[in-house]
Ligand binder design. Structure first.
Ligand SMILES: NC(=O)c1ccc[n+]([C@@H]2O[C@H](COP(=O)([O-])OP(=O)(O)OC[C@H]3O[C@@H](n4cnc5c(N)ncnc54)[C@H](O)[C@@H]3O)[C@@H](O)[C@H]2O)c1
Length: 271
């Protein structure tokens, strides 16, 4: 489906981005693994066939870094077919009631500069290559792109903003480039918080432990939280054969949050 493609994946040193890099290589694609933490990107790349991967240290807040990464990707693989803006941080559900205005201002600047400006600049640095390859963009969104309580106000606003970017770029880059999103739910990853409030040393994986292996708040209680199990929609959307007529679409991979009932999350618990 995507054999011979080259994918440019941000945040590929960990969690979902790393799982996507492994999956795309296993499907026969080449992958540029782009991450702020170059060592982690290298560690993931070292597991894979060195001819098929390129690990790059990039801060997605820097247009200059992204341009250099695109040049390096073109030099090694000669094309870019799929771009996956995915690097992000979370706000650990910090409600507006927990911070002063000054703190919120810093949290906003840090989260928006990675989650929103990072996506914007990733697309800016790559769209010309995608016009040439008639490729596609697949943005990692979140349940927090649609619903409350998947984060605090700043994270939620950032992921709603990313949803806006999917729609706007699907319009601006049509008809040559398809632009879609995958709104993923809770995954056991190393997702971090803002440095400005000391949450960069906390890992999201610990937050999921309270549910054990079953989440009562989503209809599909027992879905895996392994990020590898969230990669299927990306492969499908990246394939012109499977998704050539799909743009401006967001696939929800979140255990069915939109199908929750009013009294219980799942109506069929007794079945
Ligand atoms: N983990 C979840 O439950 C969950 C749920 C919904 C959405 N998401 C989204 O999934 C995406 C991936 O997150 P994850 O859960 O795999 O977390 P993760 O922390 O495991 O991976 C994110 C990667 O992004 C990198 N990164 C952070 N800032 C960067 C920057 N400025 N420049 C380049 N790279 C940077 C990190 O170094 C890290 O390797 C994010 O967009 C996140 O919002 C995660």
């Amino acid at each position: 489906m995507i054999k011979g493609q080259t994918a440019f994946i941000t945040g590929a040193g960990s969690g979902l981005g790393a799982a996507l890099a492994r999956r795309f290589v296993s499907e026969g694609a080449n992958v540029a693994l782009v991450d702020l933490d170059q060592q982690r990107a290298h560690a993931v790349a070292d597991e894979l066939d060195s001819d098929k991967v390129l690990a790059l240290g990039v801060d997605v807040r820097s247009s200059q870094d992204l341009y250099a990464a695109v040049d390096a990707t073109m030099a090694k693989f000669g094309q870019i077919d799929t771009v996956i803006p995915n690097a992000g941080i979370w706000d650990y559900n910090r409600s507006i009631t927990r911070h002063s205005g000054e703190e919120l201002s810093e949290i906003f600047d840090e989260i928006f500069s990675i989650n929103v400006k990072g996506y914007l600049l990733t697309v800016e640095a790559t769209w010309r290559r995608l016009i040439h390859s008639r490729g596609s963009i697949i943005m990692t969104l979140s349940n927090a792109s649609f619903y409350s309580a998947g984060g605090g106000p700043v994270y939620t606003a950032s992921k709603f903003a990313d949803r806006g970017l999917v729609m706007q770029f699907a319009y601006e880059l049509a008809p040559k480039v398809r632009v879609n999103g995958v709104a993923v739910g809770g995954m056991r990853t190393d997702l971090r918080g803002p440095k400005t409030i000391g949450l960069d040393s906390r890992s999201f994986a610990d937050s999921l432990d309270r549910w054990g292996s079953s989440n009562p708040f989503i209809p599909l209680h027992d879905i895996s939280t392994d990020p590898a199990t969230f990669t299927g929609p990306y492969v499908m959307l990246a394939s012109p054969k499977e998704a050539g007529n799909i743009t401006g679409t967001i696939i929800h991979a979140d255990g069915g949050i939109s199908a929750r009932g009013f009294r219980t999350a799942a109506g069929g618990d007794e079945l």
